[in-house]
Design a protein around this ligand. Structure first.
Ligand SMILES: Cc1cc2nc3c(=O)[nH]c(=O)nc-3n(C[C@H](O)[C@H](O)[C@H](O)COP(=O)(O)OP(=O)(O)OC[C@H]3O[C@@H](n4cnc5c(N)ncnc54)[C@H](O)[C@@H]3O)c2cc1C
Length: 463
């Protein structure tokens, strides 16, 4: 931190307090510990101050002040980055939680949504009009971080990723400007924020395209773990043949009763009778322990997994893209699953396909455009004393799975894994992202993220 005396830090805090309409929370203030906590309980960082802007002008003022005092900055949307990028020791945290305005235009099927909204808040508001767009699958996640990194969810096959549905965004940049980014204005910025994360500025407001989505045919089929080879082989073929309206996921873990299970989850967003027909072979190829597939409101599906991901547990995730569920991959998973240290953990496959896979890799900054699965080892546990075991198991399983995975990784799943993995996440789009970073944030003010360092040697390119 550039502050060498607590006097300077407190002067900056006072200036922030007097210059902003939003709340400023510093060490010693009531609520400091609650405000600095993020989703991942492994993250325990102490920011210099937390600022809760109420609008875009507050955001711009905060950026200007932070620059004047040469203070490090982090930005918090929904606080769900498992790497804990929303909070940094000794930095000013710009926490967007008070910015939750949302306006749906049912005529044009569009919505303007401020960056502090969670998926649940967004879905509830748009569903009042029978409309939705692709977001993620746990309702407490923030729309901001999710959209800026890509945004993979149940509607991706039919409507693309969250970032594919972005029409425009309002971005507060490092030089204190508030820019509109769209296909017509600041095109390179608009390209960069659709997959390049928070590297270019603070997005204060997103404008999305919405689609008619009402009842969906969705739910989970569970099987005992010893059926996994047959279930996963069938799943891979079934998922690959699925039409755009049907998106799927598979998971290995434990049932609420503690039984090891393999499960398949689906969401069909077309006509229900057609969905019933389409899902018949899946529901019949093997008797499940439980079949929870039924018509349900889309917003109900969107919070169905919340219970499994309460805030504050310790998390350690590893992931990579998987093109095919081969016998070798299944055998590896089954070798490790019985030793999984925490019953709350799971290993998941989230399908990217259809419209999301057919966008050109360079059309947006999100490069992973192929029919594939986002393979995720989602380790979570409660006690600090269990951390070593869980970290070790996750790392060993990931190393064993590496030969089956692509080199690339989805940026929103990354932990603190070093520059080579960050470049693997941006892939072939890295050089263009670097050029945009040099234009919009040459001093790397926005570096509490999966960072594109503007001082990187261009010639070296992605590793
Ligand atoms: C339980 C859980 C479920 C998930 N499910 C999915 C899923 O289904 N699909 C999927 O695609 N991803 C999923 N993710 C990953 C998720 O997309 C990322 O964790 C994402 O970063 C969360 O966004 P956030 O705003 O909540 O996070 P934050 O931690 O607040 O932010 C993440 C990053 O974005 C930056 N940022 C946040 N807001 C802004 C802003 N307004 N302007 C500029 N930069 C900003 C932050 O500085 C940080 O670097 C899931 C994560 C969790 C923990």
């Amino acid at each position: 931190m550039a502050v060498d005396a607590s006097g300077i830090a407190s002067a900056a805090r006072e200036e922030l307090r007097s210059g902003l309409r939003g709340e400023v929370i510093g060490p010693g203030d009531r609520g400091y510990d609650t405000a600095r906590a993020v989703f991942n309980g492994m993250i325990d960082r102490r920011p210099l101050a937390m600022i809760r802007p109420v609008d875009a002008s507050d955001v711009v003022r905060c950026i200007t002040l932070v620059r004047r005092h040469d203070l490090p900055l982090s930005v918090r949307g929904g606080g769900h980055s498992v790497a804990g990028n929303a909070v940094r020791d000794g930095a000013v945290m710009l926490d967007l939680c008070a910015m939750k305005a949302l306006r749906v235009d049912p005529e044009t099927r569009t919505v303007r949504a401020e960056a502090g909204l969670t998926l649940g808040e967004f879905d509830r508001a748009t569903q009042a009009f029978g409309l939705a767009t692709t977001l993620g699958v746990v309702s407490t996640t923030g729309i901001a971080g999710l959209t800026l990194g890509g945004g993979l969810g149940w509607l991706n096959g039919r409507y693309g990723l969250a970032c594919d549905n972005l029409i425009s965004a309002e971005v507060a940049t490092a030089d204190g400007r508030l820019l509109r980014a769209s296909a017509q204005e600041n095109q390179d910025l608009f390209w960069g924020i659709r997959g390049g994360g928070g590297n270019f500025g603070v997005v204060t407001c997103f404008e999305y395209q919405l689609h008619p989505v009402d009842l969906v045919l969705a739910g989970v089929l569970s099987y005992p773990l010893d059926a996994a080879p047959r279930v996963l082989r069938f799943y891979d073929n079934f998922a690959k043949a699925a039409p755009d309206e049907l998106s799927t996921a598979a998971s290995l873990g434990r049932s609420p009763a503690g039984e090891p299970t393999v499960s398949i989850a689906v969401c069909y967003c077309g006509p229900l009778d057609e969905g019933e027909q389409l899902l018949r072979p899946l529901r019949r190829f093997q008797s499940p322990i439980d079949d929870g597939i039924q018509p349900m409101p889309y917003a109900v599906l969107q919070s169905a997994r919340d219970e499994g991901f309460p805030s504050g547990r310790r998390h350690y995730w590893k992931s990579g893209w998987l093109r095919e569920v081969t016998d070798g991959a299944i055998e590896t998973l089954l070798r490790f699953l019985p030793q999984m240290p925490s019953s709350a953990s799971s290993v998941g496959l989230q399908q990217l396909h259809g419209v999301a896979s057919r966008v050109a890799p360079s059309a947006t900054a999100f490069p992973h455009r192929a029919e594939q699965y986002d393979f995720l080892i989602l380790s979570q546990w409660s006690e600090a004393s269990d951390s070593d075991r869980n970290l070790q198991w996750t790392r060993t399983l990931f190393e064993a799975m590496r030969p089956h995975l692509e080199q690339s990784v989805y940026v929103n799943n990354l932990g603190d894994e070093g520059p080579a993995r960050v470049q693997a996440a941006y892939g072939e789009n890295y050089p263009r992202l670097l050029a945009a970073k040099r234009t919009y944030d040459p001093d790397n003010l926005f570096r509490a993220n999966q960072n594109i360092d503007p001082s990187t040697d261009t010639a070296s390119g992605p590793k």
